[in-house]
Design a protein around this ligand. Structure first.
Ligand SMILES: Cc1cc2nc3c(=O)[nH]c(=O)nc-3n(C[C@H](O)[C@H](O)[C@H](O)COP(=O)(O)OP(=O)(O)OC[C@H]3O[C@@H](n4cnc5c(N)ncnc54)[C@H](O)[C@@H]3O)c2cc1C
Length: 470
């Protein structure tokens, strides 16, 4: 029998539109090639970027779903733990495989791992997780784009992406299956305590769940422009964890929707381009999750100490006394996801009103979001702070109470902050002002104006230190 090839999966847990699988299957000449699909739980290579708790919950279910889909095609998923490079070398030796196919991954730790594997094995990398290969687009001077709008224009000139290719009906098995660890032994889901119980009602991880989510959204994508900023409506696709884990390709999303000529669908596809944009930024700035792109932000005097820690905890737990912030942080804890508008409000509140280092917020999101994505998370945090290459200005503080009213968040707050469920608008946005704050709901941890003034003073000092005149 022909020697098997290894198909190495990471954030591309799908069979449809999966160039690495198709390349593995095509092998050499006409003889069908046996394929060994392998997922390596590698907690060593990413070091301090190991997958967070919510992502691990998702991963467990996504791997189970992928294994079932593979078994329906005569194959199965091999699970191994350890450093990717070592595991793959061992697997190649055991199975007689000489070639590995995988999709390119662009997180700095995955690029390191790919380089290490390439030194020891015949690794063939394919593109397939983005609309265009990250790093492909450059501006007139041959440099990567830094600003979103010109990036988007350049990307649009190459659209549509290649048409998605169907999943194979059958995947040839090797003569002998290598041993696999048991998914349950990985303890990716925690039952003591079962903090992810809210996730089950919300999500169906896996390729079938992703396809269903896309087809549900396709029925109302025309309303996206009008509704995507309203947290009380289900106006967005909620495809983010499926896209992050590669259970659906962005090309599939594009092809299903792009023929529609309405403003809502176009606005949605623009957001999908943000995903490509964020990944491109990471290719140029691999440590974007740890270092501000604008170095002067290193000099900003973030608060530390006991009072700051207490504020950070109140933010994490949704006890700030700002209903929209608390609703968002509780939605995040309960469901592993937060509406984009509310992510911006909560992030702005942490770094500006509370003057707490954005990296602490980024880490909390990393641990609690089911869609936690190195590129999208760090690019968006730096956008909110104002420290990114294409960013908001630090002095633009989002007024949480005004935002709550403007984006009609009353029903959203009622859902996530039961202490306030009996209030109607406008009191629900700021119960203090209307004298309607129930005893059970915390008082504001900082007054809006005081928080704003403290943030602006810190910014003025930071600017003064580097002699910046705006
Ligand atoms: C502070 C902060 C942190 C964030 N962290 C993450 C993260 O870790 N992972 C993540 O996937 N998104 C992140 N986002 C972006 C955005 O909030 C989510 O992608 C979006 O809320 C997901 O919901 P959806 O799938 O319904 O989005 P939709 O509005 O339906 O958009 C479709 C897809 O486009 C992409 N997208 C949408 N908005 C953005 C954006 N602003 N930047 C990059 N891509 C975008 C996502 O892949 C999304 O699934 C963050 C935003 C903020 C403000």
């Amino acid at each position: 029998m022909t020697a098997p090839v290894i198909w190495w999966l990471r954030r591309d847990l799908r069979l449809t539109d999966q160039p690495a699988l198709l390349a593995a299957l095509s092998g050499k000449g006409n003889a069908p090639t046996p394929v060994i699909p392998v997922y390596v739980l590698d907690d060593e290579t990413p070091r301090h970027r190991i997958m967070g708790g919510a992502s691990r919950w998702w991963l467990h279910h996504s791997l189970a779903s992928l294994d079932a889909a593979l078994r329906a095609r005569g194959s199965r998923l091999i699970l191994r733990r350890g450093r990717s490079e070592d595991v793959l070398v061992a697997l190649a030796q055991e199975s007689g495989a000489r070639t590995i196919h995988a999709l390119h991954h662009h997180e700095p730790w995955w690029r390191n791992a790919e380089r290490a594997v390439e030194k020891r094995l015949d690794l063939r990398l394919h593109h397939g997780n983005y609309l265009l290969p990250p790093g492909f687009l450059t501006n007139g001077s041959g440099a990567p784009y830094r600003i979103f709008t010109p990036f988007m224009r350049a990307l649009m000139a190459h659209m549509p992406p290649s048409a998605p290719r169907p999943a194979p009906d059958h995947i040839l098995a090797p003569e002998h299956w290598p041993d696999s660890e048991a998914l349950a032994d990985w303890a990716l889901i925690s039952s003591m305590p079962d903090w992810a119980h809210g996730f089950r009602a919300e999500w169906t991880p896996g390729e079938a769940g992703a396809a269903e989510r896309l087809s549900d959204f396709a029925a109302h994508s025309h309303a996206y422009e009008a509704e995507h900023d309203l947290p009380s409506k289900e106006g967005t696709s909620r495809l983010s964890p499926h896209l992050h884990f590669g259970e659906i390709s962005s090309a599939t999303v594009w092809h299903q929707l792009a023929g529609r000529d309405d403003a809502g669908t176009s606005a949605f596809l623009r957001q999908v381009i943000w995903r490509d944009y964020a990944q491109n930024i990471i290719c140029s700035f691999p440590d974007y999750g740890a270092r501000p792109a604008k170095e002067m932000f290193d000099g900003l005097a973030w608060r530390t100490g006991v009072a700051a820690e207490a504020d950070y905890l109140a933010w994490q737990q949704g006890r700030t006394g700002y209903p929209i912030v608390d609703a968002g942080m509780r939605q995040l804890w309960h469901s592993g996801w937060m509406h984009n508008r509310v992510r911006m409000i909560c992030a702005s509140f942490l770094v500006k009103h509370l003057l707490i280092d954005w990296r602490r917020g980024e880490q909390w999101f990393w641990d609690t979001l089911v869609d936690a994505d190195y590129a999208q998370n760090s690019v968006n945090w730096q956008w909110v702070v104002g420290s990114g290459v294409d960013a908001n200005m630090f002095v633009r503080l989002m007024a949480p109470l005004g935002q709550s009213e403007k984006f009609d968040a009353a029903a959203y707050i009622r859902e996530w902050v039961p202490e306030l469920a009996h209030l109607s608008a406008p009191a629900i946005h700021d119960p203090d002002v209307f004298g309607q704050r129930p005893q059970s709901y915390p008082a504001k941890i900082i007054d809006h104006r005081a928080g704003r003034e403290r943030a602006l003073a810190a910014w003025a000092q930071c600017k003064g230190n580097v002699g910046l005149v705006e």
